[in-house]
Design a protein around this ligand. Sequence first.
Ligand code: RAM
Length: 339
Amino acid sequence: MKRSLRKHLTAIGAMCLLAAMVLTTATAASSLKTGLKVYVIPKNLGNPYFTTADSVKSGGALKALKELKEKGTETSGTQATAASQIPAIQAAITKGANALIVSATDASALCPTLKQAMSRKITVVTYDSDAPTCRNLFINQADSKAIGTSEVDLLASQIKKTGEIAIVSAAASATNQNTWIKYMKQQLKKYPNMKLVDVVYGNDDPTVSTQVTQGLLQKHPNLKGIISPTTVGIAAAAAVLDTAKYRGKVLLTGLGTPNSLRKYVKNGTIKGFELWNPADLGYLAAYAAVNYASKAITGKAGQKFKAGRLGSYRIGKAKTVLLGPPFVFTKKNIDKFHF
Ligand code: RAM
């Protein structure tokens, strides 16, 4: 009896030991590295959209890196061009980066540098604007097709599905804007009385965006609507349209931030626009980058990881993680948002 009890206890002991071992291994596998040098590299510095996406104050990428005890740095050029952004990426590599979180101004121009980083085992995560062939993961703000389609639908409802329209985009090389425009063109086929007459590029620069919008209005006196899928472009276009001549006559929608468009929504220059929460996008990108750099995930579809306050996320196809659906801001709800 005694012997069998001892045997029993030994068996239980062994099981406990095994369980404890399994537990430690599980914890070890999912525990993240700390002290990593992570560089957050937006298209450009001084763009309020990226300030929100990246900063500690707004709860963006650098906040996540702080929570995870990494060394986070935001760096880029001052213009949303590859020539301005590439030196910042190269400098981050030279400084011994463990991970780069990049919004690509121009995928093909950036790829040689990003590939060089990957060959040195530096984790490369794109967010906001992808470089599909030279990164480990892309953190997508919202379904690209949904963005393009809903922008057209929003404008269609505002101009009664009729009239000439134009697009004021960011850089001609921007992957994100070009993808959305492709879906806008597809969706426009559903509106035979709406005609896309021009696509112009303001380069995420307020002055250039103002000039190209003014140019559009001169060139197309019958213009009824503008879609500007860039936070810088839509704010510049709104300021141009905010005069008695155009207000309510040339309608504007696109992707913008509530703070920069509040007054135009209230005075009727804009009836509705869209966006996601840029801070959540940066925050998610940082969690993904640290998980990848810690080898807790490898980019396989279906893998799950935890992203702090946002909860759990799953990697989808093409090594992409989707933040969530876009949100429409109108006069009714804009005062609930402050970024
Ligand atoms: C601008 C940038 C950015 C884009 C937003 C909507 O700030 O072009 O890449 O995602 O607009």
